[in-house]
Design a protein. Structure first.
Length: 466
């Protein structure tokens, strides 16, 4: 292990034992003497549910950009996930996606990939990697209740233990990774920092999820996704099936106001049949349910623009969902948090000169901006609270829709889109001249008329039906 520098931060406190909190600890550990993670609950010692993470019941995957960021912070994590049963899914080679513009082709050449696993397994493998470092410790059953310091410098955090007693933890660096429940805006207000810009875009989407025993071998089985179409005169609904460890399918169904799923197990598969295509419902007929239905209503996109403040206290950085929480439909949360942690490490590696925290907060904002643009750029075209699409938004949506239609029959267009969706490129890359020309000329191949299963996959499905 490398030693912490003689000059710099000696003690870091990370608020939250979430995946974002673990990645934050991984980002700073080589630049400090110690990292203490303050966590309100007990952290499980295996791939089991962690209290306070309702979104863990729903499908999760890691985008290419997120996997690369995690590998930069914790080398070997991908191999550990795969060894534990996670799946590496090449895009779009091993994906069956029904977009508003039609079925995507399964191009033989894959430019990106997803890592699919249960959230419990992903969290555990990352947590195990971080906590084996002797510089990192966890203070469980403890909640942060206030920041210590002034509007110019944070010097620690006040915490409350399970017995109600409070104490101050001194720190040279405090990192907020408490997620959607972050209290940083309120804590800053007590320090007379009151001008934080906030944006909230809520499509009212409700998630319902269930785990099934897959009726087919899941190794190399494709991801299934039926996307919502904002142009249809009906509530937007969508669904997906991810292969996860232990030959299971993780299934999530999503519905907007007027067509939301419920917790009733008898209603889950009928709701799947209301999607734009019955594929998911047809597949679930042959699968064995292993869990009850979990439902989540908190799916709004919410962002704090900390980077816009004219002043920011040294010694404080917010990361992950504490800065920007995304509609989980787009699968960007962990990947965006990982990229933010890499940005934090990059700034810290130059040394903690005055103004470090502000520079780090701006770097985090730059890394999450593409994921925010993707999520909000889609959600504002559904009935939402927070913002309605402008003329420019509608024009951009029409262009991306045209490019998506082209991508159903053009490898170049499909690659341009997956570059952005995988968080490897920013949305402005879709305006490159070569991409504009591709969108203008349209798809080179005719539309795919049905779900593009391979002959081997169709053989497995035919045996199920017989």
């Amino acid at each position: 292990m490398s030693e912490a520098p003689d000059r710099g931060y000696f003690r870091a406190v990370v608020l939250g034992g979430s995946t974002a909190g673990m990645l934050a600890a991984a980002a700073v550990r080589q630049y400090v003497r110690s990292v203490e993670i303050v966590e309100a609950h007990e952290l499980p010692d295996g791939p089991r549910p962690r209290t306070g993470v309702p979104q863990a019941a729903h499908i999760h995957f890691l985008q290419t950009g997120g996997v690369e960021a995690i590998e930069a912070l914790l080398p070997g994590t991908t191999g550990l996930l795969l060894a534990a049963g996670a799946h590496r899914v090449p895009e779009t080679t091993n994906m069956i996606v029904y977009s508003p513009e039609g079925w995507y082709r399964r191009w033989r050449r894959a430019t990106h990939y997803l890592i699919t696993a249960s959230r419990d397994l992903t969290d555990y493998v990352i947590r195990q990697q971080v906590l084996k470092d002797s510089r990192v410790s966890v203070r469980a059953h403890t909640r942060a209740v206030a920041l210590c310091g002034t509007d110019r410098r944070i010097t620690g955090v006040r915490v409350r233990a399970a017995d109600g007693s409070e104490t101050e933890l001194p720190a040279d660096l405090v990192i907020d990774a408490t997620g959607r429940a972050s209290r940083t805006p309120q804590w800053l207000a007590r320090l007379d920092i009151n001008t934080i810009a906030e944006e909230r875009i809520d499509s009212g989407l409700v998630y319902a999820s269930r785990v099934y025993r897959a009726p087919v071998p899941t190794r190399d089985w494709p991801v299934i996704a039926i996307q919502a179409d904002p142009e249809l005169p009906r509530p937007g609904n969508a669904g997906g099936i991810l292969p996860i460890e232990d030959d299971r399918w993780h299934v999530s169904l999503m519905g907007a106001p007027g067509g939301q799923p419920i917790r009733d197990t008898d209603a889950f598969e009928p709701f799947a049949r209301t999607l734009r295509h019955p594929l998911i419902a047809d597949l679930l007929r042959h699968a064995e349910p292993l869990t009850d239905v979990s439902v989540t209503h908190s799916t709004a996109n919410r962002r704090y623009y900390y980077e816009r403040l004219t002043s920011w206290p040294d010694g404080l950085v917010a990361l992950g969902d504490s800065v920007a929480a995304f509609n989980p439909l787009y699968g960007q949360g962990i990947s965006a948090a990982a990229q933010g942690a890499v940005a934090l490490r990059s700034v810290l590696s130059a040394g903690p000169a005055p103004g470090f925290a502000r520079r780090a907060q701006r770097a985090v904002a730059r890394r999450l901006a593409p994921a925010w643009a993707l999520a909000v750029g889609q959600d504002i075209h559904f009935p939402t609270t927070g913002r309605r699409p402008t003329i420019a938004d509608r024009a951009l949506h029409r262009y991306v829709s045209r490019l998506s239609r082209t991508a159903t029959g053009s490898f170049h267009a499909a690659t341009a889109l997956t570059d952005v969706l995988s968080l490897r490129a920013a949305p402005p890359s879709l305006a490159r001249p070569s991409v504009l020309l591709t969108a203008l000329t349209g798809p080179h191949r005719p539309p795919v008329p049905h779900p593009p299963f391979t002959p081997a996959e169709r053989g497995l499905l035919d045996r199920l039906r017989s």
